[in-house]
Design a protein around this ligand. Sequence first.
Ligand code: ATP
Ligand code: MG
Length: 195
Amino acid sequence: MYIKNVELTRFKSFGSTVSIPLLQGFTVISGPNGSGKSNILDALLFALGLAGSKGMRADRLPDLVNQAHSKSGRMVEASVIVTFALEDAEMAALQSEGAIANVAAAGEWTVMRKLRVTSQGTYTSTYYINGTPCNLSELHEQLAKFRIYPEGYNVVLQGDVTGIISMNSRERREIIDELAGVGEFDRKIATAKDK
Ligand code: ATP
Ligand code: MG
């Protein structure tokens, strides 16, 4: 599977709706400093629920809404849609497990997150899988089937590589545990011991 499209609406520096097609394999996005390249990765973290606002370089979620709109004093909605291209077998696995799988289109699986901010600054956030609302733990459960985890380094951000280089061996080992899929079991053991 791979991500074939990211659509951003009023998210960070993207004032209107921008659809970014990604190719299977390797896609490079280039542009001047401050042009919004990292904001595209923040959009992935946002839609897939992989980071809190700080992880997306914002103090709080409403700061993720495009400023030109949030300053208007009206209610604003920002959204990001991530479209995955799935192989037949991956699709079948999702469907057989009764996942939220009212398929968007053949071989496609979409995750969307909408953020509504009122003129008073209060906000609501909703996740959708193939258009059906779901909560964050349901989304994480589905993403785990694709080995996408909040702690999983599926999205490697600017500065992460430098961070990994300067870690001590124990911290680096924890990353390898995450990538190998062992970290999840360690967390389950820790949770079980807590109870
Ligand atoms: P670099 O090459 O320096 O890493 P970049 O292309 O990764 O740059 P980003 O960090 O993605 O750039 O974008 C930063 C820009 O996004 C800044 O100009 C910032 O003002 C703008 N920005 C961030 N949040 C918002 C927002 N809510 N509304 C409008 N613009 C925003
Ligand atoms: Mg950047």
